[in-house]
Design a binder for this molecule. Structure first.
Ligand SMILES: Nc1nc2c(c(=O)[nH]1)N[C@H]1C(S)=C(S)[C@@H](COP(=O)(O)O)O[C@H]1N2
Ligand SMILES: [Mo]
Length: 252
């Protein structure tokens, strides 16, 4: 008799217990959410991200940069595995009013001089080709084939030792609408290219003709298309997507 009564009670206890645990979890999640909402935020220039979320991003960034090594190469593939039709993504700073015939790469030196470099100058340097898995933070990736000059060869050729002693490189489109900042170890990585070819042909206009960045150690957001200006700095250069809340480092 007693036993039956107890098991009846259990039948009621279980859902009550389950429901209570559920309520505690939901309330806990709500408290954490409200706590994050009421936290101090970054400046709008860094995306206006709540403090504890930004902390998560910074910890990620430290982990990734601590494990970064220039001898760690991104996986490469044979050219036969490269996709024939490469996705076009992102057209900020790629306006139709661009006059490719007047294009020159502006390189701002630390002494204030600006070098104006033509495509012919760049093509005199040894060409490197690579096929790697291009990853966009939107969640897609593609094996793509690129050709150009290693950034490390380029800076060596133009005697930019004073410049590469600094911490960052900034790159901008000619109209300054799209811009990225990159840490020096990543831009000097042996797979980073000033790229002027895709699938063995000149870069298509919407993929950054005449010159773009290819930097396999970073997500797509950093592969700036249509480079207008390159400069060097010890301060983090402005970065289009970092200003919109994305991770500045963007390594993978
Ligand atoms: N100038 C410029 N470069 C850019 C972008 C952009 O909007 N403007 N988008 C970036 C992003 S988010 C990605 S994923 C890649 C896409 O390169 P693709 O169009 O050659 O595939 O370009 C990057 N470079
Ligand atoms: Mo992207």
């Amino acid at each position: 008799m007693k036993e039956e009564f107890l098991s009846h009670q259990k039948i009621y206890q279980r859902p009550v217990l389950a429901f209570s645990i559920f309520m505690v979890a939901i309330t806990g999640a709500m408290i954490i959410w409200l706590w994050i909402q009421h936290q101090e935020k970054d400046s709008p220039m860094s995306g206006g991200i709540a403090k504890s979320l930004r902390k998560g991003l910074s910890v990620n960034q430290e982990l990734f940069s601590a494990t970064f090594s220039s001898s760690n190469l991104a996986k490469t593939y044979p050219k036969s595995q490269a996709v024939k039709s490469v996705r076009v993504n992102g057209d900020v700073g790629m306006g139709d009013d661009f006059d490719a015939s007047k294009w020159m790469l502006h390189l701002v030196k630390t002494n204030g001089d600006t070098l104006s470099i033509t495509m012919d100058d760049i093509k005199k340097l040894p060409k490197t080709e690579e096929v790697f898995d291009f990853k966009c933070i939107e969640g897609w990736s593609q094996k793509t084939w690129w050709g150009g000059v290693k950034f490390s060869d380029f800076v060596h050729y133009f005697h930019l030792e004073n410049e590469t002693a600094l911490k960052y490189v900034g790159l901008e489109t000619p109209d300054e609408e799209y811009y990225v900042g990159i840490d020096m170890p990543s831009i000097m990585h042996p797979q980073t290219l000033l790229c002027y070819e895709m699938n063995g042909k000149p870069l298509p206009m919407n993929q950054g003709y005449p010159l773009r960045l290819i930097i396999p150690v970073k997500y797509g957001i950093k592969h700036l298309k249509r480079i207008g200006t390159i400069y060097f700095s010890n301060n983090q250069p402005a970065d289009y997507w970092a200003e919109r809340g994305y991770d500045y480092y963007a390594g993978h």
